[in-house]
Write a protein that binds this ligand. Structure first.
Ligand code: DP6
Length: 371
C-alpha cells in the first residue's frame, strides 16, 4: 500500500485577536495573537493524505466532506501543497497525492473550520513529504494538540523537543494557508509571533502553556442565528487595514498590552483578569470592524444579548464568565468548571437553547433560539 497519513486537528479560539496583515501574500500579521486550542469531540477536522500510483492518477485530488472538489478552485490549498513539495527532498515528491478531509462541525452552524482544516492538512503533508525531518511526527495516527503526552526517558524527551520544533516550523507553512491555522499546530495556550523577517520565516506559533496549566477552564462554543451575509476574515481585515485609523492603536498598543496581561493572568490563575482581558480584546477587535469603512458588523442582536447577559451575571456573582467573538455572531464563553452548571442553567433558561450536547470538556450549543 502507498504511504498514508491521518491526523485530527482541533480549532483554536483567539483570546487576543489577529486582525490585519503586513504582507497579504505571505500572510504575515500586523500583531502577535494568543489563543486556546479546543479539545472537543464535536469540533475537529480529520484529514488523510496518501501518495497515489502515478500511472493511474495524474493530478492531485481533494475530497471535502465526501464531496470531490475541483482542487484548482482551492487556491490556498494548491499553494500549500506547492510549498510543502518545495521543501521536500523525497525522490517521489512529484507523485500525485490524494487528500480526504472531513469536518465534524455542524455545517449550518457557520463556525469557521479553516483553522483546524488547514492545520490538519499541513501536519499530514509535512509527515507525508517528510518536511523538516525524516521520522514521522510521533505516530501515523496523530492528534495535533496532544503534544504534552507524558513520555519516558531522555530519548523520548529529545524526540518531544524535536517534535515541538518541527511543529513550530510547520506552523510557518500552515500560516500561509490561513493565518489563524498556525495556532492549531499546538494544544493549550498558543502565541503566534508576528516575526520580524520580510520572508515570514520567523512568523510562527509557539505553545506558551500546556492545557494542564489550568485544567478547570472550560470553553463553550455557542451557535446563534446569522442572517447577515458574512464578510470573510480575509476581506474584512484587508478593508480594515485600508480604512481604519484605530487598527494601528489596536495592533501596536492594545494587543501587546493584552498579551502580557493574559499570560500573567493564566500563570496566576486569576480568572477575573483573564476574562476581562479576553472580553475587552474582543470588544476592541469589533471596534476596529466598526471603525472600518464601510463598517463591518459581525455581532448581531443575539450576540449583543449574550454580552449583556454575561455582564449582568458577572455584576451579581463576580466575574465568573468571559466571552469572545471572532468574525461572526457566535459567542464563545469561558468559565471555570465549578461555575458551569449554574451559569448554563440560567443561560439555557434565558435563551431557551435546545439540543445541548453536554460534555465534560467543551460544549457546543446547537440550534439556539434567542428571543
Ligand atoms: C477574527 O485566519 O481566517 O478569527 O489569514 O486571511 O485566512 P486569513 O484569516 P483568518 O482570520 C482569523 C481572524 C479572527 C481572529 C483570530 O483568529 O485571531
Amino acid at each position: 500500500m502507498e504511504k498514508e497519513i491521518t491526523c485530527v486537528a482541533p480549532p483554536n479560539i483567539a483570546l487576543i485577536k489577529y486582525w490585519g496583515k503586513k504582507d497579504e501574500n505571505l500572510i504575515i500579521p500586523l500583531n502577535n495573537s494568543f489563543s486556546i486550542t479546543l479539545d472537543s469531540s464535536d469540533l475537529f477536522t480529520k484529514t488523510t493524505v496518501r501518495f497515489c500510483d502515478p500511472k493511474k492518477n495524474e493530478e492531485d485530488k481533494f475530497t471535502l466532506n465526501e464531496k470531490p472538489q475541483k482542487l484548482a478552485s482551492h487556491k490556498r490549498i494548491v499553494n500549500l501543497i506547492a510549498k510543502i513539495r518545495e521543501k521536500s527532498s523525497l525522490p517521489n515528491k512529484d507523485d500525485p497525492i490524494e487528500i480526504d478531509s472531513m469536518n465534524s462541525f455542524p455545517t449550518a452552524a457557520g463556525l469557521a473550520s479553516s483553522s483546524s482544516g488547514i492545520a490538519a492538512l499541513t501536519y499530514c503533508l509535512g509527515n507525508l513529504f517528510e518536511v523538516y525531518g525524516t521520522e514521522p511526527l510521533q505516530l501515523d495516527q496523530v492528534e495535533i494538540g496532544k503534544s504534552t503526552k507524558k513520555q519516558e526517558g531522555k530519548n523520548e524527551e529529545n524526540k518531544q523537543v524535536a517534535d515541538l520544533l518541527r511543529r513550530e516550523k510547520l506552523s510557518a507553512i500552515s500560516r500561509q494557508g490561513s493565518g489563524s491555522s498556525c495556532r492549531s499546530m499546538f494544544g493549550g495556550f498558543v502565541e503566534w509571533i508576528a516575526g520580524e523577517k520580510n520572508d515570514g520565516s520567523d512568523s510562527r506559533a509557539k505553545q506558551i502553556f500546556p492545557k494542564s496549566v489550568w485544567p478547570e477552564l472550560r470553553v463553550l462554543v455557542c451557535v446563534v442565528r446569522s442572517e447577515q451575509k458574512k464578510v470573510s476574515s480575509t476581506l474584512g481585515m484587508r478593508r480594515s487595514v485600508e480604512t481604519s485609523e484605530y487598527i494601528d492603536k489596536f495592533s501596536t498598543k492594545v494587543v501587546p498590552k493584552n498579551i502580557k496581561q493574559i499570560k500573567q493572568a493564566i500563570q496566576s490563575q486569576d480568572f477575573e483578569t483573564f476574562a476581562n482581558v479576553t472580553m475587552k480584546n474582543s470588544n476592541a477587535f469589533h471596534s476596529v470592524c466598526l471603525d472600518t469603512f464601510p463598517p463591518i458588523f459581525y455581532l448581531n442582536q443575539d450576540s449583543k444579548k449574550v454580552i449583556d447577559f454575561v455582564h449582568s451575571w458577572n455584576d451579581i456573582f463576580g466575574t465568573q464568565v468571559g466571552y469572545t467573538f471572532d468574525a461572526g455572531p457566535n459567542p464563545v464563553l469561558i468559565m471555570l468548571n465549578k461555575n458551569l452548571p449554574s451559569f448554563l442553567d440560567a443561560f439555557v433558561q434565558t435563551f431557551q437553547i435546545e439540543n445541548l450536547v453536554n460534555q465534560p470538556l467543551q460544549q457546543i450549543l446547537k440550534d439556539s433560539q434567542f428571543n
